[in-house]
Design a protein around this ligand. Structure first.
Ligand code: F6R
Length: 600
């Protein structure tokens, strides 16, 4: 969701900006733009659509040592050239990129800017016009920028250039992610270290409310109270090869294929030579009387599986909460609650607003995320890293299975401390190794899955996934995967619930995918399959070898039943992938979606 890049002090500014924006494409966007200044003249280029469309209109004569760039995911105003960033002031002196949502923009417009002619419908334009307004009142640019930042409410990451003094980038953030990268004779800004990792691996963490003035050889950080402070950079350990597609046609396919390796990595990191989990974290969880898992989308679905694992292995009750709901309707909490935030990106605004409240209540929390040093990572009491490697495709795959595996690690250590019999008997290292093998077996069957997808979903506009217990959790994740990238309207359902209403939607040839991995309910789900088949449904069964019938289409190897989702979701990920491909969709960047959802 919106990406920012900027550089000061490099001759090939234009190339660095475009390259950086390409690395941020995964976040989701619908227009893009750059502003480059050579000390005399500035060039602004903006376009709707993809970076490749922007590149086509960038001419060779555009050059300069300073520039900012942006990918915009429309919130206020349609994705048009006028609404794309950088936005500029009426006098065309100031250029600004912005990530986030300014909530009081209408009020600021009527208070300060009633005489200004606006050219866009964005909230962002108010911010840049305000800088110009305060500059005309006699303030220098640093003070005008600081004044603007002090007035805007909501979430923001800003990068601003003053074309009359084009050797500095003015930077600020609140709630939205933004990093400053430190180079030798140059400095950069970016929403994600990935965008600039080929320039530098030294980054500065920015706190909400801070302002940075960035020149090519120096930077000044001002805290909330306008006091200049110093801060050391940290090294980002990111291999540029991890963010390349290699020989794969799409990131999603690469990331599905990486899942067995991720299982092995998690096992090696957390379970080799004893158990490598923060003892204080384990003690705090074991002393809690209820665990609240807070998450959104696919991470929420991983939390539903985590609930089963944690309750069985620790005997501590677990509630799984949709972040965007929970934050505004906090139920009566238990006496000793413990919060787990599941988030691939570590930046999801819906989850973060809950964490802010949890911190205000001084309650303990754990963030399980793929992005070390992300906002939720920094702001929670404890942290566990997913170790899945960068996930670039918008549709989450390897982060989902890693989230399940990490919750299993936590459940195992907490349950062991609490003398839970299931936890004591669980050989998690062995189970994760079996999961990796089971995943690999499915991954090796890609051709079969491709042709199944064709036979099953061709010309279909609606589909259902059904299951019970953890299979229900996998059903709703599988349905999300199919709908988000194939645009087939898909619902995940508790298998027994269909007959209470939804079965009226089953028609001749309606695709229904059924999961059968839960020993307690395998036979009941078979009954539900018969019910939909009797009404014409075309059923595809994904079953564990223990309960499979000879004519089931996909048969999975068997592991501990609580962990079976690690394997059973993989065929569903591949069905979604091939359905999207077959329909000619943009698999990695489906329409309207963003990878890192930094607005509420
Ligand atoms: C779907 C998907 C989303 C995310 C959701 C939360 O494939 O990826 O549903 O799971 O936007 O994102 P994170 O996990 O970054 O908090």
């Amino acid at each position: 969701m919106c990406g920012i890049v900027g550089v000061v002090g490099k001759l090939n500014t234009k190339e660095i900006l475009i390259n950086g924006l390409q690395k941020l494409e995964y976040r989701g966007y619908d227009s893009a733009g750059i502003y480059v200044n050579d000390g005399q003249n500035g060039s602004l280029v903006k376009e709707t659509g993809k970076i490749k469309d922007l590149e086509k209109i960038i001419t060779d004569n555009i050059s300069g040592e300073i520039g900012i760039g942006h990918t915009r995911w429309a919130t206020h105003g349609k994705p048009t050239v006028e609404n794309a960033h950088p936005q500029f002031s009426e006098d065309e002196r100031f250029y600004l990129v912005h990530n986030g949502v300014i909530t009081n923009y209408d009020e600021l417009k009527s208070t300060y800017l009633s005489d200004v002619k606006f050219v866009s419908q964005t909230d962002t334009e108010v911010a840049v016009q305000l800088v110009s307004y305060f500059s005309k009142q006699g303030m220098n640019t640093t003070d005008a920028f600081k004044k603007m930042v002090s007035l805007v409410e909501g979430s923001f990451a800003f990068g601003l250039i003053d074309s009359q003094d084009a050797d500095r980038i003015f930077v600020a953030k609140n709630k939205s992610p933004l990093l400053v990268g430190i180079g030798d004779g140059f400095n950069v800004i970016c929403s994600d270290a990935m965008a600039m990792i080929d320039q530098t691996n030294q980054f500065l963490e920015l706190m909400d409310g801070e302002i940075v003035v960035l020149e090519k050889n120096v930077y000044h950080i001002f805290d909330k109270d306008n006091k200049e402070i110093s801060r050391n950079s940290y090294t980002v350990d990111l291999d540029p090869n991890d963010i390349s597609k290699g020989t794969y046609p799409h990131y999603m396919l690469k990331e599905v294929d990486e899942q067995p390796a991720v299982m092995r990595k998690i096992s090696e990191h957390y379970l080799s030579d004893g158990i490598n989990v923060d003892a204080d974290l384990v003690k705090t969880v074991s002393e809690s009387d209820r665990i609240y898992i807070v998450a959104a989308g696919t991470s929420y679905h991983a939390g539903l599986v985590g609930k089963e694992i944690l309750e069985n292995l620790t005997d501590i009750p677990v509630d799984v909460e949709v972040a965007s709901e929970f934050g505004y309707h906090i139920p009566k909490l238990s006496k000793k609650p413990f919060f787990i935030f599941l988030t691939q990106s570590g930046e999801t605004a819906d989850s973060r607003q809950v964490l802010v409240q949890v911190n205000e209540l001084e309650l303990p929390s754990l963030t399980i995320t793929n992005v070390k040093d992300s906002t939720l990572w920094r702001e929670s009491t404890y942290q566990m890293e997913l170790l899945a490697g960068p996930e670039i495709a918008v549709a989450s795959t390897k982060a989902y299975t890693a989230q399940i595996a990490i919750q299993a690690v936590l459940a195992k250590v907490v349950g062991t401390l609490l003398n839970n019999e299931q936890a004591l008997n669980l050989d998690l290292k062995e189970e994760l190794s079996l999961a990796a093998n089971g995943m690999q077996t499915i991954i090796d069957e890609k051709d079969m899955l491709k042709s199944l997808t064709h036979d099953f979903f061709e010309n279909q506009d609606h589909a259902f996934y059904i299951g019970r217990g953890v299979d229900y959790a996998v059903s709703i994740e599988s349905a999300l995967k199919l709908k988000e990238i194939s645009y087939i309207h898909t619902e995940g359902f508790a298998a027994g619930e269909l007959k209470h209403g939804t079965i009226s939607l089953i028609e001749e040839q309606t695709p229904v995918v059924a999961f059968i991995n839960d020993p307690n309910t395998a036979e009941h789900t078979r009954g539900n399959i018969k019910e939909v088949q009797a009404r014409g449904a075309n059923v595809l069964v994904i079953a564990n070898e223990k309960f499979a019938y000879s004519d089931d289409q996909i048969i999975l190897s068997s592991i501990n039943e609580l962990l079976e989702p690690l394997i059973s979701v993989v065929p569903a990920q591949l069905l979604a992938y091939y359905a999207s491909l077959e329909r000619g969709n943009d698999v990695d960047q489906p329409r309207n979606l963003a990878k890192s959802v930094t607005v509420e």
